[in-house]
Design a protein around this ligand. Structure first.
Ligand code: T1G
Length: 704
């Protein structure tokens, strides 16, 4: 095998070719993930034409520069007029090439990137490579031949699992199902060269994938259809994936035609727009004003409080590799906290996140537990997760001020209290920040990073760095009662309560909203979280509740009789057989309240329930945006997609608002206001948008 560099020629900014004797190499260099942009597609087409037209070249090696081979079509081009060559045409062109093409896969070779590889004539992956067809997570399907070529190489069942799940698989599994031919270590260019000579020597077989036949597997097809009926009845694209794979038993051109038809149907679906928006929301939220500030060192985490939240936060930090110092006021609380952490880690073992050996070493080597705050003097970042009471928190932060080392971040996990007041109880308000985790803290991906008036930029950057280390999605929030998520939830929960008082039962409301795509309805959520959680807040707010505000006390009355929800087996529902059944006591309290209010109850359609619920969410979100509590609409979408079970295929409340349109939202609110003018007031921002025809997406573009 020759080595050294051959003659190199740049086709364009992202594609270069190199010749070495009978071998032609093509390098894709389109950072950060070698997305198959128009430049990549057109450059790759020209490069293959150039090499295939050179009679001395008897094999082509294709590879990617940087951290990964092609990670997919360039999703930034979605929604814009497609430019030739289209990816499916490029893949067919590669497959038809007379000169054998070897493709080297590395990093995360996904979507259109894997489809390019499958249309080549042989495939080698570097160790550690992950391959996948995640298009279904974007509301589409592999539209460049993946639904036809994957079954030809791996069989129908393996293709169904790969394409319908959208989950990447390791190179070893890909080798086992013949999606790749070999695993070879080295850098992509070297492996391309080595593999090319192996093809020339007849040591690495090469073939046209499209020439292979698919063995029909009707049992696998119908099993997947049954599975999807149960698990994903609302989604459009998973079912189309099955249709496309089923078509792979036809001739290649016919199957490709069917795939194109089904791909276009997915592209036109509003679910594709919602899922792509969700993809970008997850990434946009890290673009904060403080993103250029240098985060502080972050190796040791202190956690104050061993309750549900504190032990969940400690678990999340341990799983991310941090050393954790857990403190409590007394030995009883401390041992309860350590026990909860041990249980959480056992759960992580059961979920396959860690091994049992890891679990033991985390508990024995990474977790320190002690009474009192003194051991926190060496922590880089301390998270207070004590009782939700301002005086308690101020006392803790005042004591912490004298113990924590200079430069330590002092964070509170409060879910609604004023962080400015907490910061004021220290001499270092610049180090004080809110890190609002969502329960269970070691599972939920969302974390609100709450920035108080004097929080320093590098403290904010450190909060975002911690979130990334913990595998969480951080959203920046300003200070208000409930920050972004809980504030909006408190508002729209009232809309549900009013519908309940006016005639819709809790179970009907929950069913309408799960039918819309929410993971759970508001009363199922309340029972899960514990009715006693909001009971304390309701009593706190009672003193200042305006007389015009309607109030429904069914949840409070359930608490008064000890019915806190799932944890007591009874709340809005009864859970005696593990399934929720409407609780007659809740319904009797509701009937009494309707009687007191002189209401006979009127029917609500599921559509009316959903419209009122979602409109209330958008209404308060518009206020949160207008007050600058949230940076952009897309941040609010991220909060509800990753913290409140908003259906991902709908893209979040603000994306949904753009689908409804500001004029229609204003009309709805004005109609509802006829019943309750205090609650239903059109926010100023919606009026402006209705008048000037702007959208929340416009605000995202202006702010990003
Ligand atoms: N197109 C354009 N930009 C992309 C991109 C893509 N496919 N993937 C990532 N980026 C950007 C991302 O927005 C971010 O930009 C930067 O790259 C780093 O990403 C016909 C039609 C590859 C596993 O769904 O899963 O092919 O914010 O922060 O955590 O059948 O990105 O820095 O400006 O996520 O290391 C199928 C999507 C497309 C893969 C890397 N492919 N990407 O994760 O980095 S549809 C996908 C990912 C398709 C064909 C169909 C991840 C990653 P910025 P990142 P990461």
């Amino acid at each position: 095998m020759q080595d050294g560099t051959g003659t190199e020629h740049h086709i364009n900014d992202v594609i270069s070719v190199e010749t070495q004797g009978p071998v032609g190499l093509i390098c894709i260099n389109n950072p950060p993930v070698n997305a198959a942009s128009h430049a990549v597609r057109s450059g790759l087409w020209q490069a293959v034409e150039l090499l295939a037209g050179n009679k001395t070249i008897r094999v082509i090696g294709l590879y990617g520069h940087g951290r990964t081979f092609v990670a997919g079509a360039d999703i930034r081009e979605f929604g814009k007029p497609p430019q030739d060559p289209w990816l499916p045409d490029l893949c067919n062109f590669l497959e038809e090439c007379e000169t054998p093409i070897l493709c080297v896969l590395h990093g995360t070779t996904l979507g259109g990137g894997l489809e390019i590889a499958l249309s080549c004539h042989a495939r080698i992956a570097l160790p550690g490579t992950k391959i996948g067809l995640p298009e279904v997570t974007l509301g589409i399907l592999p539209g460049a031949g993946g639904t036809q070529r994957a079954p030809r190489l791996a069989g129908v069942k393996a293709a169904l699992d790969l394409i319908v799940s959208g989950k990447p698989i390791p190179a070893e599994e890909a080798l086992g199902c013949h999606l790749i031919d070999r695993i070879l270590d080295g850098d992509p260019r070297q492996v391309a060269l080595q593999g090319a000579y192996a093809v020339l020597a007849g040591d690495l077989p090469h073939k046209r994938t499209g020439s292979l036949k698919v063995t029909p597997d009707p049992a696998a097809i119908s099993a997947m259809r049954e599975h999807l009926k149960k698990t994903q009845p609302l989604l459009f694209s998973p079912h189309r994936c099955v249709d496309a794979i089923e078509a792979s038993t036809s001739e290649m051109t016919e199957g490709l035609g069917q795939e194109r038809h089904l791909f276009n149907a997915c592209m036109e679906s509003p679910q594709r727009a919602g899922l792509i928006h969700a993809f970008f929301a997850e990434r946009a939220v890290s673009k904060i004003p403080e993103r250029h500030a240098l985060p502080r060192p972050l190796e040791t985490i202190g956690v104050i409080g061993g309750g549900t939240m504190g032990s969940g936060i400690a678990t999340a930090a341990l799983l991310a590799g941090f050393s954790v110092s857990l403190t409590e006021r007394d030995e009883t609380g401390l041992s309860r906290g350590v026990e909860t952490i041990a249980q959480n880690l056992e759960g992580a073992v059961k979920r396959g996140k860690i091994s049992d050996t890891d679990r033991q070493s985390l508990l024995s080597g990474k977790l320190m537990a002690s009474v009192g705050l003194e051991p926190l003097k060496t922590s880089d970042l301390i998270i207070e997760a004590a009782f939700e009471d301002m005086a308690v928190k101020q006392a803790i932060f005042s004591e912490l001020d004298g113990i924590a080392k200079p430069g330590a971040i002092l964070a509170t996990n409060t879910s609604y209290l004023d962080i400015n007041k907490i910061a004021a109880s220290t001499s270092r308000p610049g180090d004080v920040i809110g890190l609002h985790f969502f329960s269970p803290a070691h599972i939920m991906r969302l974390m609100e990073v709450v920035v108080a008036q004097e929080t320093s930029p590098d403290a904010v950057a450190t909060g975002f760095k911690l979130a990334k280390n913990l595998g969480k999605i951080a959203v920046r929030s300003g200070v208000c009662d409930g920050f972004i998520g809980n504030r909006i939830m408190t508002f729209y929960k009232k809309a549900a309560d009013y519908m309940m008082l006016d005639g819709a039962d809790p179970a009907q409301i929950d069913k309408a909203l799960t039918g819309y795509g929410f993971a759970m309805g508001p009363y199922q959520v309340a029972d899960l979280a514990g009715l006693d959680i909001s009971w304390a807040a309701n009593r706190r707010r009672a003193a200042t509740r305006p007389p015009e505000e309607r109030y429904v006390s069914v949840a409070d009355r359930l608490c008064e009789v000890g019915m806190f929800g799932r944890k007591t087996g009874k709340g809005f529902y009864i859970y005696n057989d593990g399934h929720p059944h409407p609780n007659p006591v809740a319904l009797s309290f509701l009937a009494e309240e309707r009687g007191v209010a002189g209401l006979k109850g009127r029917p609500f359609s599921d559509e009316d329930i959903v419209n009122r619920f979602v409109t209330a969410m958008i209404l308060e979100a518009a206020r949160v945006l207008d007050e600058g509590i949230a940076l952009r609409p897309i941040d609010i979408d991220a909060v509800f997609l990753f913290g409140y079970g908003f259906p991902r295929f709908r893209g979040g409340p603000m994306h949904t608002a753009d689908q409804i349109g500001a004029p229609e939202l204003v009309r709805r609110i004005e109609t509802y206001a006829l019943e309750d003018p205090y609650y239903w007031q059109v926010p100023k921002l919606l009026h402006v948008m209705a008048e000037n025809g702007s959208s929340f997406e416009d605000r995202n573009r202006e702010a990003l």
